[in-house]
Write a protein that binds this ligand. Structure first.
Ligand code: C2E
Ligand code: CA
Ligand code: CA
Ligand code: CA
Length: 277
C-alpha cells in the first residue's frame, strides 16, 4: 500500500510536470503569435429582431498555432492576461476591428457598430484612452461605432482608474456594454457609476429560457432592469427559435447566437448580410 501511494504520488508529479511544461510551451508560443501572424478575428453578427437586420458585429479572437493547432480564446486569453500580453494583443484587436469596418464600408456594406472585448488589464491602463483615440484617428472610424465589452470583474480592481478611463471613453463617444451580465458577484450599484449603454444577458440564462422558469424570470428581470435604467439589452448565445421568440415577446430585440450566425470570417458576414439569414 505504501508503494502504491508513492507510485500515485509519482504519477501526479509526472502529470503536473507535463502540465507545467505544456503551459510553458503555450506561453512561449503565445508570446510570438502576433509577430508570426497567427492571430485573426472572426465576426459574429448582432441581429435586430424587429427589422431582421444585422446592426452590429462582435470581434472574436482566434489563434492557430502551426503545431498546437487551434487554441481556444477561453484557454489563451487568461494566459495572455497573466503574462502581461493582453494589452498588446488587445491593441491589435481594436485596430483590426476598426480596419474591418472600413474594409466593409469600401465594399458597400455598412455595419453600424463593432463590439470588441477588452480585458480588465486593458481598462486599468493609464494610456488606454490615448491608445483608443489614436486608433480611431488613424482608421477614421467614428467613436460611436465602437463598443467595448467589459465584464463585472472590472469592479474588483482599481475602481477609480477604471471609472476615470471609462468616463473618458464615453466622452470620446465610445460605448460600453457589460458582458456576461448577471453572472458576476458584484452588487448592482456600479450601474449608476459607470457610463454603460448596454447589458448583455449571459448565455447561461439564455440557455434555460423557455425550459427553466428561473431562467425565464432572470432574463425578464434583466430586460426590465435595462428598460428602467434606459439601457439597451442584448442576449447572447441564442440558439433556438423558441429562445428568440421569448426574448422578442419580453421586449429584448437585440440578439446574438448560433441561430443567427456563428463567429465567421469578415467576407462571410458581409455575404450573410446581403443574402439574409
Ligand atoms: P464572450 O465575449 O462571452 O463571447 C461569447 C462566446 O460565446 C464566444 O466564444 C462565441 O463564439 C460563443 N457563442 C456565441 N454564440 C453562441 C451560441 O449561440 N452558442 C454557443 N454555444 N456559443 C456561442 P469564443 O469566441 O470562444 O470566445 C470565448 C471568450 O474569449 C469570449 O467570451 C471572451 O471573453 C474571450 N475573448 C474572445 N476574443 C477576445 C478578445 O479579442 N479580447 C479579449 N479580452 N477577450 C476575448
Ligand atoms: Ca463578449
Ligand atoms: Ca458574453
Ligand atoms: Ca462569456
Amino acid at each position: 500500500a505504501k508503494d502504491q501511494g508513492r507510485n500515485t504520488y509519482r504519477f501526479f508529479e509526472a502529470e503536473m510536470t507535463a502540465r507545467a511544461m505544456q503551459r510553458l510551451h503555450l506561453e512561449t508560443a503565445l508570446r510570438g503569435a502576433l509577430a508570426r501572424n497567427e492571430l485573426e478575428l472572426l465576426y459574429q453578427p448582432q441581429f435586430e429582431l424587429k427589422s431582421g437586420r444585422i446592426f452590429g458585429a462582435e470581434a472574436l479572437l482566434r489563434w492557430t498555432h502551426p503545431e498546437l493547432g487551434k487554441v481556444s480564446p477561453a484557454d489563451f486569453i487568461p494566459i495572455a492576461e497573466e503574462i502581461g500580453l493582453i494589452s498588446e494583443i488587445g491593441g491589435w484587436v481594436l485596430e483590426q476591428a476598426c480596419l474591418q469596418l472600413n474594409a466593409w464600408e469600401r465594399q458597400g456594406f455598412s455595419v453600424k457598430r463593432m463590439a470588441v472585448n477588452v480585458s480588465v488589464q486593458q481598462v486599468e491602463r493609464l494610456d488606454l484612452v490615448d491608445e483608443i483615440n489614436a486608433i480611431l484617428q488613424r482608421t477614421g472610424v467614428a467613436p460611436g461605432r465602437l463598443e467595448l465589452e467589459v465584464t463585472e470583474s472590472l469592479l474588483m480592481r482599481n475602481v477609480e482608474r477604471v471609472v476615470a478611463n471609462l468616463n473618458a471613453l464615453r466622452e470620446l463617444g465610445v460605448t460600453l456594454a457589460i458582458d456576461d451580465f448577471g453572472s458576476g458577484f458584484s452588487s448592482l450599484g456600479y450601474l449608476k457609476r459607470l457610463p454603460i449603454s448596454r447589458l448583455k444577458i449571459d448565455k447561461t440564462f439564455i440557455d434555460g429560457v423557455t425550459v427553466d422558469d428561473n431562467d425565464d424570470a432572470i432574463a425578464r428581470a434583466i430586460i426590465a432592469l435595462g428598460r428602467a435604467l434606459g439601457l439597451d439589452v442584448i442576449a447572447e448565445g441564442v440558439e433556438t427559435q423558441a429562445q428568440a421568440d421569448f426574448l422578442e415577446h419580453e421586449g429584448c430585440h437585440e440578439v446574438q447566437g448560433y441561430l443567427f450566425g456563428r463567429p465567421m470570417p469578415a467576407h462571410a458576414l458581409r455575404q450573410l448580410a446581403a443574402n439574409g439569414r
